[in-house]
Design a protein around this ligand. Sequence first.
Ligand SMILES: Cc1cc2nc3c(=O)[nH]c(=O)nc-3n(C[C@H](O)[C@H](O)[C@H](O)COP(=O)(O)OP(=O)(O)OC[C@H]3O[C@@H](n4cnc5c(N)ncnc54)[C@H](O)[C@@H]3O)c2cc1C
Length: 544
Amino acid sequence: MAMEKKHVVIVGAGVSGLAACKQLLDRGFRPVIFEADTVLGGVWAHVPDCTSLQTPRPLYQYSDFPWPETVTEVFPDHRQVKTYLDAYARHFGVLDCIRFGHRVIGMEYDGVGEETMAAWEEWAGNGKAFGTGAGEWRLNVADAQGRVEIHKADFVILCIGRFSGVPNIPTFPEGKGPEAFDGLVIHSMDYAKMGTKKGQEMMKGKRVTVIGSLKSALDVAAECAEVNGTDHPCTMVVRTKHWIIPDYVAWGVHISKLYLNRFAELLIHKPGEGFLLWILATVLTPLCCIHVYFTISDIDIFFVICAQRWLFSKFAESYYSIPMKKYDMVPDHSLFEALATCLIAITPKDHYKRLEEGSIVLKKSKTFSFCKDGVLVEGESSPIKSDIVIFGTGFKGDDKIKNVFTSEYFRSIAIGSTSSTVPLYRQCINPKIPQLAVIGYSESIANLYTSELRAKWLAHFLYGGFKLPNVAAMQKDIFEWEKCMKRYSGRYFRRSSIGLLHIWYNDQLCRDMGCNPRRKKGFFAELFDIYGPGDYIDLHPKKQ
Ligand SMILES: Cc1cc2nc3c(=O)[nH]c(=O)nc-3n(C[C@H](O)[C@H](O)[C@H](O)COP(=O)(O)OP(=O)(O)OC[C@H]3O[C@@H](n4cnc5c(N)ncnc54)[C@H](O)[C@@H]3O)c2cc1C
C-alpha cells in the first residue's frame, strides 16, 4: 500500500495528536494535523501558572523521547511540559505537519448511505482501515479569519481532548443561575486562556468564589489566594470531596506499587478474562499487596504483605487523610475508587498553609445557586458575597466528539447513551463509524503514555498490520469493558478510565500488533514491577 497516497487527517495537536502523527510518519504516511489553536500542546498551552503535572515524570513521557536531563522534578510544571512537547514535535518532524489556526467545524462521511453503513457486519464494510474505498470524510475547516475550506480524508483521527474546549456548567432552576448574579461568572478555561497575569489582575481585591474541588479549581483558588491573601479570601464551594494528595508515597510506600503492576491486576476482574483469572480475581478480590524491596549487599530481599483491601485503603488513606481531617475533607469514597476513576488531584504547593492562614476558605455543599450578591449554599441563610464566580467544574468531553459530526446519524451513535460508556473498541474505534478513530478520550493515570501506545496500535492498523474483528465482536468487547468500568468506577463509569487495568489493556494492544505483551525480564519483575512507557520502547509490531 502506498501510505503517502492515503490522506490521513488528525484533528488536534495536543499530547495525543502529536503521538498519532509521529507514529504515522514512522509508517510512511504524510498526515495533516488541523489545530484550532495557534500553538501545540493542547491543555498544556493554557493552564494557570501554578499548574504542574500530576503524574510522575517517568510515566508521562513518550517511550522514545526521554525528558531532558535538566528536568529533574518529579512533577514538572506546565512550562516544562509544553517545552518537552515542542521538542518532541520538532525532533520527529511533527511540527511540519501541523496547520495551526485551523478548526474542524464539521465533518461528514461521503459515498456510502447511512442505511448501508448501519447494516455493515464488518467495520467500514471490510474491517480494514480504509474500508472498501467507496467512502471518505469531508471536513469543513475554518481558519482564523473564518474562511472555510473543505478537505477530504481517507481516515480521520480525532485527538480533540477531553479536558478542554466545552466547559461543563451545572444547570440551575430558572432565576437561580448565573443570570441572577450581578457579578462576573467565568469558567476555569476562560481564566486559563487569559493567562495568570491578566487573571490575577482581574481577581485582585475582588471577592472570588471558585466552584469545584479538583485540579482546575484548586489551581485557580491557589492563584487567587496568592494575589489576595487573607484580605479577600477565596471561597471554594466543594460539592464532592475528592482525594487531594501531596504525592504518591504513603507512609514511605509508593502507592503505584499497589496498582500499576500485574499482581495488582490479578486482584480485580478484567474484561474478557478467562475462567482461571475470574477465579483468581474472585478469590483474591479482598486482597491487596504491598510489596517492598530492600537491597542488602547486592541481594534483593522482597517482601510481600498481603492484606485485606480495607487494610490497604486504611493504610494509604490513614496517611493522606491526616491533613484532610482537619477541614472535614476526607472523601466518602475509597482511595481505590478514586484511582479506578482517575479522580485524584495533587495538592498545589502551600494548599494547606493557605487553608490554615485563611486565604482559602472551604464551603461544603451538595447544591448551590446564585443570587444578586453571590452564591447560596446549603445550611447558610446569607450568600457567599462575591464579585467573581469561577467554575472549576470540568469539561464535556463527549459533547466535543458528538458536535464534530454534521449528520444526526453520527451524532446519535458517537457517544452512546447516558447509561453506557462511549462506545470505543480498544478505547479508540467506534464500531459503527468507519475510517475514523479517537485517541485521548479514555482516561488513565498517565495519559501521554496511554495515548502513545494507542497511536502505535492505530498506525499499525492503518498500515494494514491487522484487521478489526466484526462489528458484533467489537460491541461485545466494549460491553465487557463497560461492565468492569461500572463495577470499579461506579457512578463515574462514563469517564472510561482504564486506570487500574492499564496493563491488561496494553496487553490487548500488544497481541493485536503481534508483540509479546510480557515486557519484563524475569517472573518476579513481570509480576510486581510497575509498568510504564519504558517497557514499550522496543515494541516492533508485526503484520498478522
Ligand atoms: C489542568 C490539567 C492537568 C492535567 N494533568 C494531567 C496529568 O498530570 N497526567 C495526566 O495523565 N493527564 C493530565 N491531564 C489530562 C490531559 O488532558 C492529558 O494528559 C493530555 O494532555 C490530553 O491530551 P490530548 O491531546 O488528548 O488533548 P488536549 O490536550 O485537550 O488537546 C486537544 C487539542 O485539540 C484541539 N482541538 C479541539 N477541537 C478541535 C477542532 N474541532 N479542530 C481543530 N483542533 C481542535 C485543541 O485546540 C487542542 O490543542 C490534565 C488535564 C488538565 C486540564
